[in-house]
Design a protein around this ligand. Sequence first.
Ligand code: NAD
Length: 296
Amino acid sequence: MTKILDGKKLGKKIAAKLKKEISNLSTSPMLAIIQVGDVAQSSAYIDRKKKFAAEIGAKVHHIILPLDIAEKDILDLIKELNERTDIHGIIVQLPIPKHLDRFAIMEAISPSKDVDGLTSRNAGLIYERAFGGADPKNVPAGLIPATAKGIISLLKENKIALSGKKVLVIGRSLLVGKPVAMLCLRENATVTIAHSKTKDLDKVCKENDIIIVAAGKAGLIGKKALTKKHIVIDVGTNTPSKKTLEEIGAKKLVGDVNFKEAAKLVAAISPVPGGIGPMTVASLFENLVEAYKRGK
Ligand code: NAD
C-alpha cells in the first residue's frame, strides 16, 4: 500500500516544537516580509506564513510596496531592516516585477537574516558543506532554503534513508532543485538532476529510487515513469486549466505528479496540497528561530 508522506502533520509537530522554544526566548523572533504589489498568489502564501507565525508566537512585519517601486527604494529598505535588532529574518516574496534586479535585491539581505537561504553566501555554504563525510570545522552552517530543508525533514520523519539511494531531482532552480540536490548529496545519496532539456525522463525516473519533482508542470510524472519501489516527493504547485484538471482527474491545486495514478502504484508519495507546502512554511520558521539564536 502506498504511504502518504504527510507534511501537514509534520508541520504541526514542528510548530509545537517552535512554540515551546519561542516561549523560552526573551523576545519574539520577527520576520520581515517584503511584498512588491498585492499579487493574489503571493498574498495567499504570505497569509499562510502569518498564520503559522501567530500559532508559534513569532512576529511578522509585512511591508507591501507599490508594483512600480524603484530598486533603490527596496535596497534602502533592506539596509534599514538589516540594521534593526528587532528583525531576525528578511524575505522578499517572489516573484518580483521584471524591472527589479532579483540578484541585487537578494544580495542586499544580510546573510545572517536571509531565512530563505537565497544570498550567494548561504547558497555557497550548502556546496561547502556537501562534500560528504565530515563537514569542514571552519565552515559555518548557513541558512538552507526552506523547501529543500522541508523535503529532507519529511523524508527523515518517515525514516526514508537517503544514503546509498539513487535520487532523481527534477528541476534545477536556485530555490528548490539545486539546494535539495546538494542536501541529498550530503546525505550520501547518488544524485541525478533532470531539467527541461533532459531526454527520456520516464526512463530516467525508472533508474532511480527516490524522485523529487520541482518542475511546475502539472501531470509531468505519471504511471509510465513510476514503479512500486518509488518514493516520490511532489514539490510542484500548479493551478492548471479545467481541461487539464479533468484529464488528470484532480481538484484545483495539483502537483507535478499525477497523484491518482501514482497513489495506486508507488511505495510512498507526498500529496499536493498537504505535503511540501506546509513543510516549506514550517522550515522557514525553523530558519527564523535559528537566525534569532545565532544573532544572540
Ligand atoms: P522554476 O520555474 O524556477 O524551475 C523549474 C525547473 O523545472 C527548471 O529548472 C526547469 O528546467 C525544470 N523543468 C521544467 N519543465 C520541465 C520538464 N518538462 N521536464 C523536466 N524538467 C523541467 O520553478 P521553482 O521555483 O523551482 O518551482 C518549481 C515548482 O515547485 C513550481 O510549481 C512551484 O510553484 C513549486 N514550489 C512549491 C513550493 C512549496 O512550498 N510547495 C516551494 C517552491 C516552489
